[in-house]
Design a binder for this molecule. Structure first.
Ligand code: ATP
Ligand code: MG
Length: 335
């Protein structure tokens, strides 16, 4: 069997240091991948004059599997988000963002196990009809939901629930106010839910969901929602398990998948060896599971759990006083 090649984009800010950490751990657990390193984001802009060079797009397409650090999109006119562009370009319609408690974090709960499934290509992030009036006094953006898009993402959520032995899928919406877009999403979610009688179907308005997640997170199992709500809710969920350093995400499409951290490039701590690499290590665990290497994934998860529980070599955000490299070394030793 030929070796699996993985496209690696180290990214901006804390990206290179947390991606290096993940790659060291993949090697330590005995993964025999080829890596093809390509650039995107600010790093690519500086090197090639382009945010998303053609060679990068070709590598993502050719190798099908990408591990990616956070990318910075320059603020201002003419730059659309690189992450959004990648998701749309490769039709990575499903964004899978699991959060799970690890013993030893400073989180308020110790039994969180929630997967947010975020629709990744439509809704408020469609980039459609974004206009500002000439004098800058009015701005307008359009949101688009299609029956096909909603059906695909909700079906994805139920299939994942079935495969992973999950009990409940909650569709999160704002159909009472956003009657057309969120209304269509909810209608389709109800229809799809009826095809899965063995899984409990629930629906909840997004604002109430925020409150419930904070007060009674044990009521949630799998959540499925539209783009903007999924973005916000998944950061909230990251907060339930100790912060953004603990939150991975997989962007899945028919022909390609990109695994990444939920957070951004964290410029405030970049280059200081302070970042918690767990988010992107957990993303590489999602990648291993996707590739059918569940046993290696499990071993890495156990090693992280051990290091966080022991607590003497963790990063600042986890209450420790150690750097990215120390934490990585501790995980490798625990393996
Ligand atoms: P973006 O617009 O790209 O999402 P942002 O301004 O929201 O960027 P993030 O990079 O998402 O910034 O980070 C938000 C906060 O969380 C920052 O204070 C950052 O330092 C912290 N943070 C993010 N990732 C990590 C991490 N892996 N380890 C420790 N702290 C992190
Ligand atoms: Mg952010």
């Amino acid at each position: 069997m030929s070796k699996q090649t993985i496209t690696v984009i180290k990214g901006d800010g804390i990206g290179p240091s947390i991606i290096d950490s993940a790659l060291e751990i993949l090697n330590a657990v005995g993964c025999d991948f080829e890596y093809e390193f390509v650039d995107a984001g600010l790093t690519a802009l500086e090197n090639t004059g382009e945010l998303l060079p053609q060679a990068t797009l070709e590598a993502i397409e050719r190798n099908k599997i990408t591990l990616k650090g956070p990318l910075t999109t320059p603020v201002g006119e003419g730059f659309t988000s690189i992450n959004v562009t990648l998701r749309k370009k490769f039709n990575l319609y499903a964004n899978v963002r699991p959060v799970k408690s690890f013993e030893g974090t400073k989180a308020r709960y110790d039994d969180i196990d929630i997967i947010t499934i975020r629709e990744n290509t439509q809704g408020m992030y469609s980039g459609l009809g974004q206009v500002v009036s000439e004098d800058g006094s009015e701005a307008e953006a359009m949101s688009k939901i299609t029956r096909e898009g909603a059906e695909k993402i909700v079906t994805f959520a139920y299939e994942l629930a079935k495969r992973e032995g999950r009990k409940k899928v909650t569709a999160v919406h704002k159909a009472n106010i956003l009657k057309s877009t969120s209304g269509l999403f909810l209608k389709v979610a109800r229809e799809v839910g009826e095809r899965y009688p063995e899984i409990e179907s629930a629906e909840m308005i997004v604002d109430a969901t925020c409150m419930k997640l904070v007060m009674n997170p044990e009521e949630f199992d799998v959540m499925v929602t539209t783009n903007l709500f999924g973005d916000i809710l998944s950061d909230l969920c990251a907060g339930l398990v100790g912060g953004l350093g603990m939150a991975p995400g997989a962007n899945i499409g028919q022909d390609a998948a990109i695994f990444e951290a939920v957070h951004g490039s964290a410029p405030d701590i970049a280059g200081k060896n302070l970042a918690n690499p767990t988010s992107v290590i957990l993303a590489s665990i999602q990648m291993l599971e996707y590739l059918g290497e569940a046993d290696k994934a499990e071993r890495i998860r156990n090693a992280i759990a051990h290091v966080i529980k022991t607590g003497d070599r963790t990063t600042r955000d986890l209450g420790g006083s150690h750097g990215t490299t120390d934490f990585t070394q501790a995980v490798i030793e625990a393996l």
